[in-house]
Design a protein around this ligand. Structure first.
Ligand SMILES: C[S@@+](CC[C@H](N)C(=O)[O-])C[C@H]1O[C@@H](n2cnc3c(N)ncnc32)[C@H](O)[C@@H]1O
Length: 385
């Protein structure tokens, strides 16, 4: 057993079968042995590739979106952008490298719960003391006091901050990584999947972590009955209370007049109920699909497609589109056309800039792929208050 599995087994002996959320919390984030505390991460040198890790183009498009939102908000200074689940900080680096017009006002807050990854933020980012992120504002004129430092200023935190003004809260592939529960429909009744220890075979059995079904709490079962009224017998669906709680908190941070932008693979619960669990609950390690979710706790990432309709119970998103459409909306085609021109002009004697231009064209193909990253959903909540 891995150290995390041994700790989970000890808990089960003390308390009985555990909710899957609790077990995944340890498998992913336990300080001694959780996947993200033991070096697990996004990136070519990591375990899986995300849009920011494909190359700098994704950050360049996000920078354009930030400029448009900043202008629409009346160009506030400071302009607070909170990136939740920032991983090693790649998106922040590529946004800053694109030099958006909002840079002098920008306070970019990286929120990453894994200490191992927070340590990577210092590389190439102008990290400052958190007190500087939200430059002091004169309460009478509501303008920044003159000695406030100019942006971009980056701050690295372990949890969502409380900010005084409007904020943009951005999360790329965070929600699929929050611990989730599982429910199964048996004889018309929703059950919760808990984690138990196998009964040891007489004499020399090795204990293993196994699933144990218990009736689902009535309030949660009611929600599923409403969301999935005609689930087939044996259907499984995720229970996403952690993602819903995160959204509630993020909406609070964005209030007033800010926005929350969530980018992730996302599917409505009734569709998940029709598909086998192995398709929407996936494990990864070293750029390969991993083992069963209860195997090797802590040694592999465990992710789940985000049940969008469960998030909508918190508040329906004001906008929900594919990543390909969202990138188009914020000008990816112009950036690619510029890159093509630069490459064509320099192709006979390419320098580093020309090679970067050529790779921008390839990055766009990956980011827009209708069978891959391009079909991710981008969901936005606008805070009017
Ligand atoms: C799949 S990775 C995505 C990283 C990055 N956003 C990207 O797109 O490459 C998810 C990250 O979210 C972090 N995370 C999980 N729960 C978190 C939370 N509640 N607050 C902040 N970060 C969290 C994990 O440690 C992990 O680094």
């Amino acid at each position: 057993m891995t150290p995390v599995a041994a700790a989970v087994a000890a808990d089960i002996r003390r308390h009985g079968p555990l909710p899957l959320e609790q077990v995944l919390e340890r498998a992913l984030y336990d300080h001694s042995g959780g996947f993200y505390e033991s070096g697990g991460r996004a990136g070519r040198k990591g375990d899986f590739l995300t849009s920011p890790e494909v190359g700098p183009l994704f950050g360049a498009v996000v920078a354009r979106a930030l400029d448009a939102w900043w202008a629409a908000m009346g160009s506030p200074d400071p302009f607070v952008v909170v990136e939740a689940g920032a991983g090693p900080g790649t998106l922040a680096r590529t946004v800053l490298a694109a030099a958006p017009a909002c840079s002098p006002a920008l306070r970019y807050v990286l929120v990453e719960r894994s200490a191992a990854q927070r340590r990577l933020h210092a590389g190439g980012l102008p990290l400052e003391d958190p007190a500087l992120a939200f430059a002091p504002v004169d309460p009478d004129t509501e303008t920044p006091v003159p000695e406030a430092p100019r942006g971009p200023i980056c701050v690295s935190l372990s949890s969502l901050p409380r900010v005084p003004g409007p904020a943009v809260v951005l999360a790329n592939e965070l929600l699929d990584n929050l611990p989730f529960g599982l429910a199964e429909l048996r004889s018309g009744v929703w059950h919760e999947v808990r984690v138990d220890l196998s009964a040891p075979a007489v004499g020399f059995g090795v204990e293993r972590l196994v699933e144990r079904l218990v009736p689902l709490a009535p309030d949660r079962a009611d929600v599923l009955d409403r969301l999935v009224p005609s689930a087939p017998s044996g259907a499984r669906v995720p229970l996403q209370s952690a993602a819903s709680d995160w959204l509630r908190e993020a909406l609070d941070v964005a209030t007033p007049r800010g926005r929350v932008v969530v980018i992730d693979y996302a599917t409505p619960t009734p569709e998940l109920a029709q598909r086998p669990q192995s398709e929407w609950l996936r494990t990864y390690a070293n750029h390969r699909r991993g083992d069963a979710p209860l195997a090797d706790l802590g040694a592999q990432d465990v992710t789940c497609e985000v049940a969008v309709d469960q998030l909508a119970l918190v508040r329906p998103p004001a906008s929900d589109m594919s990543q390909a459409d969202w990138l188009r909306q914020w000008g990816i085609d112009d950036l690619v056309a510029e890159a093509r021109e630069a490459w064509t002009a320099a192709a006979h004697a390419p320098d580093l800039a020309a090679i970067a231009a050529r790779s921008r064209v390839t990055e766009a193909t990956a980011l827009m792929d209708p069978e891959g990253l391009g079909r991710f959903r981008v969901m936005e909540w606008f805070m009017v208050r």
